[in-house]
Design a protein around this ligand. Structure first.
Ligand code: PGA
Length: 259
């Protein structure tokens, strides 16, 4: 089974910095990655850097992902990026519903659902982010919030053919803090999400086409602990993905995790 390490570079780098980081990740990981096909190492630069990063990863064991997408292929949608364009630029993955978009840009579950369907149409694997705020957790609503987000994101979704999907559990209050939840806490939520996937999709679809990963303050020190949990199939990484040595070390840990 594939294990995922996905770097979300957010809006942290300009085009030349992104290109340089992509090249450095490729340089550090290329030799090891080739013999380890079970690990999918993905970088998600900002949209304007996708073209240069695509050249840097071409033919290498590093895949490319977008950070967001619109749900129509073409039209009068100022400022948006089409799933068709993402595919043409070489993206095999795309993050949707990241908590920063939900928080700052009003991204709703309905939008996440439309984006998920659009990505699957283009054979791009959606990385659907879900997770509760600290307020929701403190109020005892953690499970209900996450289940509702998963249900809404996957309404009418049924991956077929070579389509796959990833759900990233990212507690919103952890992102960017450097303080992850415990692997046990994350695994509990992964089990809950897995149960929801089983309610919505057939077992073979869940087993063959869906993966649940953890995100929120993951680094080279705590990654192995998360991957030791059976139900955790990888990590979505923000801050640590900007440090090439650390990210390459994390790729190695990901590739060595037996799933
Ligand atoms: P972080 O971000 O690793 O910096 O906490 C994770 C994310 O936003 O996906």
């Amino acid at each position: 089974m594939t294990t995922y390490l996905i770097g979300n570079w957010k809006m942290q780098l300009n085009e030349s910095e992104s290109e340089a980081l992509a090249k450095e990740v490729v340089r550090l990981w290329a030799g090891q990655g080739e013999g380890k096909p079970d690990a999918a190492v993905v970088i998600c630069p900002s949209h304007m850097a996708l073209e240069e990063c695509a050249k840097a990863v071409k033919g290498m064991p590093v895949a490319l992902g977008g950070q967001d997408v619109f749900w129509e292929d073409k039209g009068a949608f100022t400022g948006e990026i089409s799933p068709k364009t993402l595919k043409e630029l070489g993206c095999d993955y795309c993050i949707v519903g990241h908590s920063e978009r939900r928080q700052h840009l009003g991204e709703t579950d309905e939008m996440v659902n439309k984006k998920t369907l659009a990505l699957l149409r283009h054979n791009i694997t959606p990385i659907i982010c879900v997770g509760e705020t600290m307020e929701e957790r403190s109020a005892g609503r953690r499970d209900a919030v996450v289940i509702a987000q998963v249900r809404a994101a996957l309404a009418g979704v049924k991956p077929v053919g070579s389509q796959k999907l990833i759900v990233a559990y990212e507690p919103r209050w952890v992102i960017g803090t450097g303080k992850a939840v415990s692997p046990e806490d994350a695994a509990e939520m992964h089990h809950l999400i897995l149960g929801t996937l089983h309610e919505m999709l057939s077992s073979d679809i869940v087993e063959d086409r869906c993966a649940i990963i953890y995100g929120g303050a993951v680094d080279a020190k705590n990654l192995a602990g998360f991957l030791a949990m059976d139900v955790i199939r990888g990590a979505l990484v923000g801050g640590a993905s900007l440090k090439p040595q650390e990210f390459a070390a994390m790729a190695e840990i990901t590739a060595d995790a037996k799933k």
